[in-house]
Each structure stands twice: as C-alpha cells, then as structure tokens.
Design a protein around this ligand. Structure first.
Ligand code: DGL
Length: 279
C-alpha cells in the first residue's frame, strides 16, 4: 500500500461541504485535505437512511485508503443518517458531524419562534429530534424542508430574480409564522446566506453552524497533530474528488470558493458499495 500523507477528509453529496472545507483551511492552511462530492447521487436529502449510510460508508473507506485520519461529515443529511453508524463501523476514526443549531437559536429568539431550514432527511432524522427535545423547551420550532435549494446551489443560482423567487418560496412561510431566528441546517445553504440575510433584514438573525464545525475539526486535528507528529509541511496538498463530471466540479470550485482544483474523478462499482479512481 502506498504511504499516504495523513489528511483531513471532508464528505458531502456535492458542493455544500466546501463552505466547511474553506473555513477549515483558513484555520489550518497546512493540513492536507481530501474532499469527496458524491455528485452522482446529489441530492441526498430525499434518499433513504440505508442508502445514505451505504454511500457514507464507501466514501469513508475510500478516504481512509487515501490517508484520511480525521473525517468531517460536512453535511447535515449525512450526519443525520449515518454519523452514529459510521462511528460504530469505524471506531478508530474520529468523525466530526453536524447537528441542527437549535440551541443557539433558542438562546437568541425574542418572538419564541425559530425556523430550521433543511432537507427532508435532516429535519426528520434522529439528530433533529434530539436537539429539539433537549433545547427547544418553550420555543416553537418551525422546520421547513427547502426542496430545490440544494439543486439551486449546485447550479450556482445564488443571486438574482430567479434565485430570490426560489428562496422566498420556503422562507416567506417561515417568516409568516413569526420566526425571528433562522437556522441553516444544510451546508449547501451557506452559499445562499448572503441572499437570505438580505431578505430577512437586520431585525432577524441567521445562524450558520459552518464556522463552529470547522473550528471543532481544527481543534481535533491540532490535538492529533501534536500527538502523532502529522505532516504539517508548507504548501499542503488539497485533493478534490467527484463521482460525476470533474470539469463541472472544477467550475463550481472556482465560482464558490475561488479554487482551481485539480479535480479527480471517482467511480462507483455497479452495486454502489465501493469507490475507485478508475472505471
Ligand atoms: N449539503 C448536505 C446537507 O448539509 C446535503 C444535502 C443534499 O444532498 O440533499 O444536508
């Protein structure tokens, strides 16, 4: 087996996790990273738990094979479906996941109503149920499945009239119910945050957990780096992978986070159990 440089792995169905990746790299520029976007299967939101767990397991095995020592599940939907099963299946691997940021929203609301914007899988998943049960006492939580937003971000429709209309379709009903704090519970939505902020105005707050997740990952990486003398060389290598079209992902990288790639193509085996670098 080739001796790979220890790296931090990031997984998502598509470009959403890039927001977490960008923040992590800003905090620790010299950590080598791997980013896997399973764009052959985006969106994950409407898929079954079993399917998402299978994909997440295969992505994890691939990343471990490529040298990952820490895995950031940079997706609410994957965290909701697969974080616990992943920890059980790979007990030696540290995973950082994301749960809906209900706790800080509850602390900030003045109207007593908070909106949680996410995918079907996240809003109906076990992590959401747990945070609502633990933190939302006395506060009304309005969950909203924002169908179409993941595809919208994948398509790069972040500003302009069409983007605004698509966002309003889910935002307006939540605002009408009196929510004064909104939680972004899907990493793709971070790229819509400037538009959403403009639409909700200064009187309402928007909570994006992306920086907190990146900070948590950075802390774990630094602690491991100290303990294991992980490679902290200047000019860390960042590898990006997609299970769909590398040219398109390269364009998305440039547009969303100002990076050039390069992007490597990944292939699913016919039963969608394994990922490989050649077809
Ligand atoms: N970016 C992901 C999330 O945070 C995945 C969304 C999807 O593929 O539906 O939920």
């Amino acid at each position: 087996m080739i001796d790979r440089a220890p790296a931090v792995g990031f997984m998502d169905s598509g470009v959403g996790g890039l927001a977490v990746w960008r923040e992590f790299v800003r905090l620790i520029p010299n950590a080598p990273t791997l980013y896997v976007a399973d764009q052959a299967h985006v969106p994950y939101g409407p898929r079954s738990l079993e399917e998402i767990r299978r994909f997440a397991g295969a992505i994890t095995r691939f990343m471990l094979d490529q040298g990952a020592r820490l895995i950031v599940v940079a997706s609410h939907t994957i965290s909701a479906a697969a974080l616990w099963p992943l920890r059980e299946a790979f007990p030696e691997v540290p995973f950082v996941g994301i749960e809906p940021a209900v706790k800080p929203a509850v602390a900030q609301t003045r109207t007593g109503v908070i909106g949680v914007l996410g995918t079907f899988g996240t809003l109906n998943g076990p992590l959401m149920a747990r945070v609502v049960e633990r933190f939302a006492r006395g506060v009304r939580v309005v969950p909203r499945v924002c169908s179409g937003w993941v595809e919208q971000v994948e398509a790069g429709l972040l500003e302009g009239e069409a983007a605004e209309a698509l966002v309003r379709q889910h935002l307006d009903p939540v605002l009408q119910m009196g929510a004064d704090v909104l939680v972004l519970a899907c990493t793709h939505y971070t790229f819509l945050a400037p538009l959403i902020r403009r639409l909700i105005g200064p009187e309402r707050a928007l909570i994006d957990p992306t920086p907190a997740v990146a900070r948590r990952a950075a802390e774990i990486w630094q602690a491991r780096a100290r303990g294991e003398e992980l490679n902290q060389a200047e000019g860390a290598i960042h590898r990006f992978f997609t299970t769909d079209d590398p040219a398109r992902f390269q364009e998305q990288l440039q547009r969303l986070i100002g990076r050039d790639g390069p992007v490597e193509r990944l292939y699913w085996d016919p039963h969608e159990m394994w990922l490989t670098l050649s077809s």
